[in-house]
Design a protein. Structure first.
Length: 196
């Protein structure tokens, strides 16, 4: 009986030792290094730009075996200024169609022709914009975020972003400000009567 009590006592001591040792070792494990707040904000912005489909219209593409492929050095630079628009099918427009060019950086419809903006950090993009300008453009549809400016034209779905949280807008803005600058002055919109 004494031998059994001693064995149970010894097991209890070993269990307590194991419990204390495991708990202490977990507390002493080094913490993972977190990304710097600015870096985390930029990464969040990159994620949002990707899942929101900004590249669909704002990034020029080339045709590859699977269809349109992003051109890395032109990402988010908008409709290339040196590219002619091409002939617009008036019949399609008269029959209720809206049209896109081959890489989706230009759209044509009842509003005329519109061109995807340069969103890179270059001065011809959003390089000189403030966060407030960006927010106004994204959530109120004001061109260049200017109060007296014209409204953004289709196909830009700015109205989908009206309720976007400020922290998400700031993350997107910070990511775009971190992009490689691409000098590209996107053409001005063409009114419906100017489509040749």
């Amino acid at each position: 009986m004494k031998k059994m009590s001693f064995t149970l006592f010894l097991i209890a001591i070993l269990e307590i030792f194991a419990l204390v040792h495991c708990t202490n070792s977990q507390k002493e494990a080094p913490a993972e290094t977190a990304a710097a707040p600015g870096e985390a904000l930029v990464k969040r912005g990159e994620y949002l730009v990707t899942i929101l489909g900004c590249h669909d219209c704002h990034s020029p593409k080339k045709m590859g075996p699977q269809g349109p492929e992003l051109i890395p050095e032109l990402m988010l630079s908008g409709y290339p200024a040196d590219r002619p628009l091409g002939k617009v099918s008036k019949d399609a427009l008269e029959n209720g169609w809206a049209l896109f060019n081959g890489d989706l950086t230009a759209g044509v419809g009842p509003w005329g022709a519109s061109f995807a903006a340069n969103l890179t950090s270059d001065e011809t993009g959003i390089g000189s914009w403030s966060l407030e300008q960006f927010k106004k453009a994204l959530t109120q549809g004001k061109a260049k975020g200017l109060e007296g400016g014209r409204m953004l034209l289709p196909p830009m779905p700015w109205f989908n972003f009206r309720a976007m949280k400020d922290e998400d807008i700031e993350a997107i803005f910070n990511y775009l400000k971190s992009t490689n600058p691409v000098n590209n002055v996107v053409p001005a919109p063409i009114p419906p009567d100017g489509l040749g």
